[in-house]
Design a protein around this ligand. Structure first.
Ligand code: MTE
Length: 313
């Protein structure tokens, strides 16, 4: 669990209790029922996923189950335990939804998710998601490259970074009643990271519309960075000149950096980043070795040439 100023330890569900609860639900045979209720609720934003190109690259790793991907989540707007997003995200109204692209651009615009998915062919991307807390999943996302959206806005030469902003709606996002983090959740990338073809805006997973607990209707996925960079429920994308102050950096700058590239040789102040636990595997399974840039070094290492990654963590 991450250290933030005012988080009560009672709010944190130890993982083993959570797993026991899941086993209990499974035994009752309720898992599939609640999942089908959920997927019908998520139809609000984008009613179906239009046709998409299936992933060519499977990563050669077993996909995490749909159930684990949609019931073990981090989304502090709905609470700090892993089951809170699954239990409370249905209260978020995501229809209608629009996304604004503004700031240092020649052509600022606002568009709906329906329009957004027509900007580029939808693609399936199977990515590993490595959380800074030391666990990981393999998720078949569906989305478009972020660069398709940014190109449409025609970025000016002044733009050096991209800021992503989620939303503040405490009446629907029960976790926002606590000031655990500074709401709305904010994230950021350098322009070259944002334009990189691996960086996507996801609208779906496992061939279905994105569930709300995973960030519907629209979330970022940056596979070589710790999961907290992949901001959910985006409403605004702003091109800016200066490095934006992102949520986790503001909450605890000693422990969370702007770059947050997955790096097994730079430990978190309170735990190792050399290994990770794959969700869905038995708790007794050995931890996996964490890969530099989460296994995407061939594609992204050049972005950081000459940078001291110990200082720019
Ligand atoms: N986005 C918002 N708006 N709020 C959050 O609390 N948590 C982040 C990220 N995006 C978070 C967020 C963290 S810490 C992780 S690990 C991933 O979402 C988890 O994504 P998942 O729940 O789809 O696996």
């Amino acid at each position: 669990m991450r250290k933030i100023k005012s988080i009560p330890s009672s709010a944190i569900t130890p993982e083993f209790i959570f797993h026991e609860r899941r086993e209990f639900i499974k035994k009752l045979g309720l898992g599939s029922i609640s999942l089908s209720i959920l997927s019908s609720k998520s139809l609000l934003a984008l009613s179906t996923i239009p046709s998409f190109t299936q992933a060519k690259d499977s990563l050669n790793q077993k996909l995490t189950s749909y159930k684990d991907i949609t019931t073990y989540n981090n989304y502090y707007e709905f609470g700090t335990s892993k089951s809170d997003p699954y239990e409370h995200a249905e209260n978020l109204n995501i229809d209608p939804w629009s996304i604004q692209v503004i700031g240092a651009v020649n052509k600022p615009f606002t568009m709906s998710i329906d329009e957004l998915v027509k900007l580029a062919p939808l693609e399936e991307r199977i990515y590993s998601l490595r959380c800074v807390e030391g666990w990981s999943m393999v998720i078949p996302w569906i989305g478009i490259p972020l660069n398709a959206l940014l190109k449409r806005a025609s970025i000016t030469n002044n733009a050096k970074f991209v800021e992503f902003i989620s939303l503040k709606r405490p009446s629907e996002m029960v976790g926002q009643k606590d000031n655990i983090l500074d709401w709305p959740y904010r994230e950021g990338l350098r322009i070259d990271e944002a334009m990189h073809p691996l960086t996507i805006l996801a609208v779906g997973l496992y061939g279905k519309v994105l569930p709300k607990q995973n960030g519907a209707p629209l979330r970022l996925v940056v596979p070589w960075k710790y999961g907290f960079k992949s901001i959910k429920a985006i409403t605004q994308i702003k091109m800016v000149e200066k490095i934006p102050l992102t949520t986790w950096v503001k909450a605890n700058p000693k422990e969370y950096g702007f770059y947050s590239n997955v790096n097994p040789s730079v430990d978190h102040l309170r735990w190792t980043q050399a290994t990770e636990r794959r969700i869905g595997e038995s708790l007794l399974s050995p931890r996996l070795k964490t890969q530099m840039f989460n296994g995407y070094a061939n594609e992204v290492a050049h972005l950081y040439q000459g940078m001291d990654l110990n200082r720019n963590f």
